[in-house]
Design a protein around this ligand. Structure first.
Ligand SMILES: *[C@@H]1O[C@H](CO)[C@@H](O)[C@H](O)[C@H]1NC(C)=O
Ligand SMILES: *[C@@H]1O[C@H](CO)[C@@H](O)[C@H](O)[C@H]1NC(C)=O
Ligand SMILES: *[C@@H]1O[C@H](CO)[C@@H](O)[C@H](O)[C@H]1NC(C)=O
Ligand SMILES: *[C@@H]1O[C@H](CO)[C@@H](O)[C@H](O)[C@H]1NC(C)=O
Length: 273
């Protein structure tokens, strides 16, 4: 009993950095203090731990077993392609769909896990689409920042904004067919939703070349899973053009010859003197 009281003290709130290592040890649930909901195996710990409420591990859905800490979804699985779970951004544990839950833990696209996405600000209770997202192009849904809506399908129109999801991918693997209008960013390692506009707000150019991987498209292009079963090369919408640099280049092209000319004239005149 005294032990149980001592062990209860280190419990922190679900928000913040919740750690299971200080939770009471157990073999079965009956070893746990009253009001605890589960006795779970935890990756990296040799003995099982009592869990008060699985919501402390997964705000939505249910914990992967064994319970696994994570920073991003690739920490949760070796096979991202088949993984429908996520890394809870708040608790930093791997979570998956609870088959018994009534509510879907996905964004309106039915693919992007809600609880793996950033939270929205100024969310009004009960207003599903309320709040504002710090992420460019983010659509607030149930308090989380989701990919913008896609218009389907006949004319291959899609959302206007390019958006980074927290779903992970490997740019060495073909993007799964379920990720419509997404591509794998080879530097962030995330699936991005392509928009009609790039991060500079300019129209994204589509190339007709078909592809499996970004490398099939070449430098500055990405391989996008379109609707149906097509994969085509598009300009990388995440490459932000540095206009200052372009201006500097252009100036150099004109200014250098001009300076050269002026100095020739100058020295010629001086020489003639
Ligand atoms: C949680 O951990 C992160 C880094 O892992 C740190 O930046 C943050 O300050 C921590 N938050 C709290 C509440 O301790
Ligand atoms: C707990 O997980 C470890 C591996 O993570 C496994 O070896 C062990 O058998 C598991 N224990 C139980 C009781 O499931
Ligand atoms: C998460 O990131 C922190 C800081 O970079 C690191 O110490 C920790 O081991 C990472 N956790 C996992 C599960 O990869
Ligand atoms: C990622 O893609 C860009 C654009 O295609 C390319 O310039 C860059 O070298 C690639 N990086 C890696 C690590 O493959």
């Amino acid at each position: 009993m005294i032990l149980a009281v001592i062990f209860l003290i280190p419990f922190s709130q679900a928000s913040g950095n919740f750690s299971l290592s200080s939770s009471p040890k157990c073999t079965v649930l009956s070893d746990c203090p009253k009001n605890f909901a589960a006795c779970m195996n935890v990756t990296g710990l040799s003995e099982k731990r009592c869990v008060k409420d699985t919501k402390q591990i997964c705000i939505g859905g249910m914990p992967d077993t064994p319970v696994k800490p994570c920073n991003r979804s690739r920490d949760c699985t070796a096979s991202l392609e088949r993984y429908s779970g996520w890394c809870d951004l708040e608790t930093k544990f791997c979570c998956n769909v609870d088959p018994k839950a009534a509510d879907s833990p996905f964004c309106p696209d039915r693919i992007t896990p809600l609880y793996g996405q950033e939270k929205c600000k100024d969310v009004e209770k009960g207003m599903v689409y309320s709040g504002s997202s710090d992420q460019r192009g983010g659509l607030c849904y149930k308090g989380y920042s989701c990919p913008p809506k896609i218009t389907r399908p006949t004319d291959l129109t899609f959302g206007s904004m390019t958006f980074r999801t927290n779903m992970d991918c490997f740019s060495t693997e073909k993007v799964d067919t379920k990720y419509n209008f997404m591509f794998c960013h080879n530097e962030t390692g995330n699936l991005w939703v392509i928009g009609q506009l790039n991060l500079n707000g300019e129209e994204v150019m589509k190339h007709w070349k078909q592809c499996d991987l970004n490398t099939d498209c070449g430098e500055g292009l990405v391989c996008v899973k379109e609707d149906l079963c097509r994969y085509r090369c598009y300009e990388d919408p995440t490459m932000v053009m540095n206009y200052d640099w372009v201006v500097a280049q252009l100036s150099a092209m004109f200014l250098l010859p001009l300076i050269f000319l002026i100095s020739i004239i100058f020295f010629t005149v001086k020489y003639l003197d």
